[in-house]
Design a protein around this ligand. Structure first.
Ligand SMILES: Cc1cc2nc3c(=O)[nH]c(=O)nc-3n(C[C@H](O)[C@H](O)[C@H](O)COP(=O)(O)OP(=O)(O)OC[C@H]3O[C@@H](n4cnc5c(N)ncnc54)[C@H](O)[C@@H]3O)c2cc1C
Length: 409
């Protein structure tokens, strides 16, 4: 049996950060990572550029069914600015801000550099990284935690950090083993669902539109009472072979995935194809324009043609549209009901919604309230953020707090 003062299960973003902060104060910290190499999601993040952080973050950028007050307290422990300085000054990662999207990327545009600098910092602080170590069970023997791996190796430590991530992209190593283990130990789970995942559904008109992209505004509303629930912060939208993707779609996808997970199909998505309101379109309709060229000035040609096909407007002039036709066209342009019929699930989801409730941990330390000496951080907890570096920020903040707390007496 191998012993360590602190064991971290999972060498992803949260686990590596927890390991670094724990190893700064403890002589023996071991990370057990089931994959052949750590941080595989970091490597694939941001189109392999890794969007390390947002420029700023507020609680509204995050979703949880747990207490938002707890979430606020965890974030208060490390601001985006402090986290940014840590990356630049302690890890030596130079970052550049992408102004139009308010995101920080490494100057090298290399996700590998981010991952490698985290691993180097952990090893420099004296930490031991064991890859190909898939933890299958954990128990407590009265004094310490005993972790058993798939190849029957055992590891013993008084303090244990669980950073096994969520369920998204299972081929990277996150298949939910961590969730089963933590449940067997006595924790509960808020229902999990894929988040930031592409949606499935029909395209407007009869000709499919894969590859057609535009800047839109998406809003989510309740089907039963019409109540407005959410408007996407991001605008990018693209038609795919199976439906729809792009930052705007990913950002609202959890309304669909969560509702299908709880078998409540009460939400619908409305699209404003140009993010302009009906009054603006009415101004463009003034005068004697042919509808098709007018719309093609602002919208992709193929989308224009399909929308006009749906509206059965053909080659009419704006002045020839009667009141009903005008209203129908305005609705198609600004309030189009997206016929969404499902989603691509965990195989394409960037993150997992749901997880261990924050109410079951101490937000000042990330220690379990049910299992003293056991800490949780990262995506295994019931928190996810919108697209834009918010998910890594959660991993870095919660990982640091868990790592530091294991060495506080
Ligand atoms: C394609 C893609 C792009 C993304 N891009 C961005 C981005 O640009 N910016 C952003 O903020 N977020 C991005 N994300 C989200 C971000 O990657 C996650 O939020 C983050 O990785 C979560 O960190 P984590 O450490 O909690 O989990 P993970 O990074 O998933 O790490 C968990 C680790 O635990 C290991 N593990 C699991 N079970 C066991 C076990 N039983 N024993 C041992 N080890 C185990 C896994 O192998 C894995 O290495 C992206 C995600 C994806 C999939």
């Amino acid at each position: 049996m191998k012993t360590s003062e602190i064991i971290v299960i999972g060498g992803g973003a949260a686990g590596l950060t927890a390991g670094i902060f724990a190893a700064e104060k403890s002589k023996s910290v071991t990370i057990l990572e089931r994959a052949r190499q750590p941080g595989r999601k970091i490597l694939m993040s941001g189109g392999t550029r890794c969007n390390v952080l947002p420029v700023r973050a507020t609680l509204d950028d995050y979703f949880t069914d747990s207490s938002r007050n707890r979430l606020k307290n965890i974030f208060k422990s490390w601001s985006v600015q402090q986290c940014h300085s840590w990356f630049e000054q302690s890890l030596g990662l130079e970052m550049a801000c992408e102004e139009e999207s308010n995101k920080w990327f490494p100057v090298s545009n290399s996700a590998r550099e981010v991952r490698d600098r985290l691993v180097a910092a952990f090893e420099k602080a004296g930490g031991q990284l064991h890859c190909n170590a898939s933890v299958e069970s954990i128990h407590h023997d009265g004094d310490a935690w005993i972790c058993t791996t798939a190849d029957q190796q055992t590891y013993r430590s008084p303090k244990l950090i669980i950073a096994t991530g969520g369920l998204s992209i299972p081929t990277t190593g996150t298949d939910g083993t961590g969730h089963s283990i933590i449940q067997r130990l006595g924790h509960s789970l808020h229902p999990t669902f894929p988040a930031l995942t592409p949606l499935k559904g029909k395209h407007p008109g009869t000709e499919p539109l894969p590859g057609v992209s535009m800047q839109v505004s998406l809003s989510v509303r309740s089907k039963s009472n019409g109540k407005h629930l959410f408007t996407s912060n991001r605008k990018g939208f693209v038609f795919t072979h199976q439906g729809y993707s792009g930052p705007a779609v990913l950002d609202i996808s959890h309304f669909i995935t969560k509702n299908s997970a709880i078998k409540d199909n009460d939400v619908e998505i409305r699209v404003n194809w140009l993010d302009r309101d009906a009054d603006w379109w009415m101004e463009q309709f003034q005068g004697k324009h042919s509808v098709k060229p007018l719309l093609r000035k602002y919208l992709p040609k193929r989308l224009t043609d399909n929308l006009l096909e749906e509206a059965s407007i053909g080659d009419k002039k704006t002045a020839e549209l009667n009141k009903k036709e005008k209203q129908h066209l305005l609705n198609l342009l600004t309030n189009y009901p997206l016929p969404c019929k499902g989603h691509l699930g965990y195989s394409k989801a960037e993150v997992t919604g749901g997880g261990v409730p924050l109410d079951e941990i101490n937000p000042a330390t990330m220690e379990s309230k049910i299992l003293p000496g056991l800490y949780l951080c990262g995506e295994i907890l019931d928190v996810f953020g919108r697209i834009g570096g918010f998910n890594f920020y959660w991993a870095w903040v919660s990982g640091r707090l868990a790592g530091q707390s294991t060495t506080d007496n």
